[in-house]
Design a protein around this ligand. Structure first.
Ligand SMILES: [Zn+2]
Ligand SMILES: [Zn+2]
Length: 321
């Protein structure tokens, strides 16, 4: 259970949500406000944009500025046109002092219903002649590494708005108390047991010449369920959006859901393709998430955070923050 998560700059400012993994790598969901911390920005492995409205994209330049001459390749994911839009942003600056080596290495991805279009862009040397690779597949999935997977879906915000489900793979840990009682010396065999726990017949050599099978240590293996965090911002309350969200978000441990309005402004919410807090509560309840975190509230209600929680709690009975 290594994932930590936080809204970077409060519920009434433009949205940015940060997830940190067990190795202290950072993953940023939307680039609203709060992206100006150098400490955070240069640990970011990937940015996941919901869409390109200014309140979700204006902090992107900050992240870029903190990653100049970084060794890392920064991955940026978003809906269609993300490649073009990111390239336009970086093209807006002068890079004449970065002539000897590139200042940035970007890998940009347009997420669509039929696959992912990707492009590697070096700044400034590769800013002209952008090549796009089109990877067609039916599963809307991004594998970040052997432990982390992201599923996405496109919601209707009058334009596509991408919702993400960020999940750790299930894993195991070793029961230390039981291990002590076994009176077998610790060694590399424990790492091997962790790697091979799903293969009961696999052979383990414990270092003193004796060999065992993985199933001989079945008692030591404690399954650990990976955590799942869902991020969904800016979309209209509709059957189709609800269906899509349940598909990727069901049983999530934490569900970040926008709640721009209170129900007194339900008509305005629909007109601007946003949600009310009550609607966010309904979705959380239908998706059977464990915890709801509301954000992206209209500034009209600054200081009235409790009202959003109250409304959502009419429908969602789990914890709400
Ligand atoms: Zn929007
Ligand atoms: Zn917005």
């Amino acid at each position: 259970m290594g994932l930590c998560t936080v809204i970077l700059d409060g519920k009434f400012n433009y949205p940015s949500v940060l997830i940190t993994d067990i190795d202290n790598n950072h993953y940023l969901f939307d680039c609203g406000e709060g992206t100006n911390s150098r400490k955070t920005a240069n640990r970011i492995k990937a940015i996941f944009l919901s869409h390109h409205h200014v309140d979700h994209f204006l902090g992107f330049d900050r992240v870029i500025s903190h990653n100049i001459f970084s060794e890392n390749q920064l991955n940026v994911y978003g809906p269609e046109k993300t490649i073009d839009r990111v390239v336009s942003k970086v093209k807006a600056y002068d890079w004449n002092l970065a002539e000897k080596s590139d200042a940035l290495k970007l890998r940009i991805h347009d997420l669509t219903n039929s696959g992912i279009i990707s492009s590697s862009v070096k700044v400034p040397s590769g800013l002209e002649n952008i090549e796009k690779e089109n990877n067609q597949f039916s599963e809307k999935k991004i594998i970040l590494n052997e432990n982390l997977t992201v599923h996405y879906t496109l919601l209707n915000h009058k334009i596509p708005s991408v919702a993400y489900s960020f999940s750790e793979n299930d894993s195991i840990k070793i029961d230390k108390e039981k291990l002590k009682r076994l009176e077998i010396k610790k060694g590399p065999w424990i790492g091997e047991l962790k790697d091979k726990y799903a293969q009961p017949e696999a052979i383990l050599s414990i270092g003193d010449g004796r060999t065992y099978q993985v199933k001989d240590f079945a008692d030591l293996i404690v399954p650990v369920k990976g955590k799942k965090i869902v991020y969904a911002s800016d979309f209209i309350f509709s059957e189709e959006n609800l269906k899509q969200l349940i598909e990727i978000g069901e049983n999530a441990d934490i569900f970040y859901c926008e709640a721009n309005f209170l129900s007194e402004d339900e008509i305005k919410a629909a007109e601007t393709y946003h949600l009310t807090a009550e609607q966010a509560g309904k979705i959380a309840s239908k998706a059977k998430v464990k915890e709801l975190r509301l954000f992206h509230h209209s500034r009209k209600h600054i200081g009235q955070e409790e009202l959003f929680i109250e409304e959502a709690s009419k429908y969602f009975k789990g914890p709400i923050k």
